[in-house]
Ligand binder design. Structure first.
Ligand SMILES: NC(=O)c1ccc[n+]([C@@H]2O[C@H](COP(=O)([O-])OP(=O)(O)OC[C@H]3O[C@@H](n4cnc5c(N)ncnc54)[C@H](OP(=O)(O)O)[C@@H]3O)[C@@H](O)[C@H]2O)c1
Length: 298
């Protein structure tokens, strides 16, 4: 099976490590060998690497998308050249992958899932290499798409001892919405407060949380998704359970990189506009995060 992982960041390194027996190829702009650290174990990896251009000329069986949203134009170019049999698995945060990638893909080629694995990228000064540290081993869930490779992919993962959850499309979509709403609260508020997740529930800023969830709930309903009634409590628990974590959005701001806010809060605002609605709290939060991202000294 010819497997590619689009991306060379934290999640791409984690998938390369977890799928090592299948010899996946990384696709990206730049590459160097890297370390993956899980518990006390450090592993050096040096998988095959191809540039985006070269990857577009290669027919792949499975491509796992592990990039941040600003890479989407390169993903679109890559997928425009892939055979109809190719299975694409997106484990990116945010929503809108279907609108961005179908076409060129057909709906059954694109399996949009989610992962609760948490991986942080850093620079290992001693080895002078990038290092992906697994801060939480979670689950990876994808929908049972009517694609011929899905049963084979499941069997292959079982064979290497890494079980994913394969659930009906509706169940995965609901789980993605729950994650979207969690991210739409914790990520931008952590940027505004410039704190790890655990500090958020004790800040006055957290008073925005109920409105952010209320607005997101209205938009989920327009998509036929009923979110759990206790989502506010769950988001608070999640912030406390991941207390030391620096959210990916805050990491991006600190590294002067574009954030994924347009695919998270921005997606909710776009959906609202399409239904003639406004989400004032999400709109305000996006404007503030964009302002901080464009000038971190604000
Ligand atoms: N890390 C986690 O714990 C975690 C957990 C769940 C979901 N996710 C999601 O997984 C996805 C990947 O996250 P990550 O943590 O791996 O991010 P990351 O470490 O920041 O890596 C991002 C990757 O995207 C590429 N990229 C970003 N902007 C690009 C652009 N404009 N053009 C080309 N390539 C670009 C980067 O390439 P360069 O290095 O060349 O810039 C890098 O390969 C995101 O959607 C994230 O929300 C992450």
């Amino acid at each position: 099976m010819n497997i590619a992982i689009a991306g060379t960041g934290a999640m791409a390194m984690f998938y390369a490590y977890s799928l090592k027996p299948l010899s996946p190829t990384l696709i990206g702009r730049r590459y160097r060998p890297f370390l993956v650290t899980e518990s006390d174990k450090q592993t050096l990896l040096d998988p095959p690497f191809v540039s985006w251009n070269d990857a577009a000329d290669t027919p792949w069986d499975v491509i796992i998308l592990a990039v941040k949203w600003p890479a989407m134009p390169l993903v679109q170019q890559l997928l425009a050249h892939q055979p109809n049999e190719c299975l694409i698995i997106s484990l990116m945060n945010g929503m809108g992958q279907e609108a961005a990638l179908i076409p060129p893909l057909s709906p059954q080629q694109l399996a949009c899932g989610l992962t609760t694995n948490a991986v942080t990228l850093s620079w290992n000064k001693h080895h002078r290499l990038p290092e992906a540290t697994v801060t939480a081993r979670g689950e990876t869930t994808i929908p049972l798409m009517p694609h011929p490779l899905i049963p084979f992919w499941k069997e292959t993962l079982d064979h290497i001892g890494w079980s994913w959850r394969f659930l009906p499309l509706e169940a995965v979509l609901r789980a993605r919405w729950v994650k979207l709403v969690q991210n739409s609260v914790i990520n931008p508020l952590s940027v505004l407060a410039n704190t790890p997740n655990g500090a958020l529930p004790d800040l006055p800023l957290w008073h925005l949380m109920p409105d952010l969830i209320h607005e997101a709930r209205m938009i989920a309903q327009t998509a036929g998704i009923v979110l759990p009634s206790n989502l506010g409590e769950k988001v608070t628990q999640l912030a406390r359970a991941t207390a030391p974590n620096i959210s990916s959005m805050l990491q991006d701001v600190r590294r002067h990189r574009p954030t994924e806010i347009n695919a998270i809060n921005g997606y909710l605002v776009q959906q609202a506009r399409a239904h003639g609605m406004h989400l004032p709290t999400h709109e305000a939060v996006i404007a503030l995060v964009d302002r901080i991202a464009s000038n971190p000294n604000v």
